[in-house]
Design a protein around this ligand. Structure first.
Ligand SMILES: NC(=O)c1ccc[n+]([C@@H]2O[C@H](COP(=O)([O-])OP(=O)(O)OC[C@H]3O[C@@H](n4cnc5c(N)ncnc54)[C@H](O)[C@@H]3O)[C@@H](O)[C@H]2O)c1
Length: 311
């Protein structure tokens, strides 16, 4: 008899959750994707379908695999649909209270053998596990952004995560085609323990007038061979996510060197969350085309007259 296909549930259909669901579906699993916000769920549904269509049209994914993935990916506003999931991957906002409350709910709802994984960037897996009656089956599965593209998954063992669960989750990550690194359960794990202080320092450099945002980013790209500058990367990750991680590092490690830069806090307060909101350190709204051809009637940002060239 053919072995039943594993069912993966993903919770939170934002930039990470939708990418994880797409990756799992393309890797051959049956997938449920849930979000408490029906608008976010709809955006994820349309976004994943558009991405798969684009990959097929570019020849980077076969029509058969893409169509099959879409057929096996289901969207739901009802967590009851996760009762049969073998592995549940949580990717909701980076808030310990919200995640704990969700884990406690999932513990009551999921089948006894189900693994509860969190995509948290920094929050203690041990503490999330403490909200459940199955701490041996709770684990960190930290995907990088965007999940279908980035090669790494950082697996984080909580204090009670069993060896058996670790091995199962490592095998799952490898089925996704990823390289695994393993971290113990300390704030920020490996990647964000090192990355976020660098991003925070870039905010301090901007805040204290060391240089412009463009020069800070160009300096780190061309001077240290990073593919993106730290401020550009912060916009890509989401400034709210960066701030939450800095707070976890600050609180968890108890050292003021991790205290979030006031400018980062102010941007988040202002709703400048990065690319997902169209504005963060940089603005992603279409810039008005500037015309300046030095002719009498032509002024910057005005409707151009004939023969004006955008600059
Ligand atoms: N953004 C990154 O680069 C990145 C990288 C790795 C890990 N992470 C982690 O992944 C998680 C999600 O980050 P994101 O960038 O996708 O955030 P996001 O803001 O894009 O998406 C979060 C989604 O969770 C939903 N949500 C919130 N509370 C919920 C609940 N109780 N139940 C169901 N849905 C809920 C929201 O409606 C939203 O759609 C965070 O823990 C973050 O730290 C983020």
């Amino acid at each position: 008899m053919a072995e039943a296909r594993q069912v993966i549930g993903v919770i939170g259909s934002g930039q990470m959750g939708s990418g994880i669901a797409q990756l799992a579906a393309v890797s051959g699993f049956d997938v449920w994707l849930h979000d408490s916000d029906s608008g976010a769920l709809l955006r994820a549904k349309e976004g994943i379908a558009a991405t798969l269509r684009r990959l097929i049209s570019k020849g980077q994914l076969s029509q058969a695999v893409g169509t099959d993935a879409l057929n096996r990916l289901k969207f739901t506003s009802n967590l009851e649909d996760f009762r049969n999931a073998d592995v549940i991957i949580e990717a909701i906002i980076e808030s310990e209270d919200a995640k704990k409350s969700l884990f406690s709910h999932l513990d009551k709802l999921a089948k006894p053998s189900a693994i509860l994984a969190s995509n948290t960037s920094s929050i203690s897996i041990t503490r999330l596990a403490s909200a459940t009656s199955r701490p041996t089956q709770v684990i960190g599965m930290h995907f990088m952004n965007p999940p279908p593209v980035m090669k790494l998954i950082e697996i984080v063992r909580g204090a009670d995560t069993s060896e058996e669960i670790f091995s199962k989750v490592k095998a799952l990550a490898e089925r996704f085609g990823k390289i695994v690194i393993c971290s113990n359960d300390y704030p920020g794990f490996i990647v964000n323990r090192i990355l976020m202080p660098m991003i925070n320092e870039a905010f301090h450099a901007l805040y204290s007038g060391v240089a412009t945002k463009e020069d800070i980013d160009t300096g780190m790209k061309l001077g240290t061979n990073h593919p993106m500058g730290p401020l550009e990367l912060a916009d890509f990750i989401g400034l709210d996510v960066c701030l939450s991680i800095m707070k976890v590092l600050h609180q968890g490690l108890g050292d003021n060197k991790y205290s979030p830069c006031p400018l980062l806090i102010q941007y988040v307060d202002a709703g400048r969350l990065g690319r997902k909101k169209g504005v963060g350190v940089y603005s992603y709204n279409k810039e008005p085309v500037i015309f300046d051809c030095s002719k009498d009637k032509c002024r910057p940002n005005r409707k151009p007259i004939e023969s004006c060239e955008p600059i």
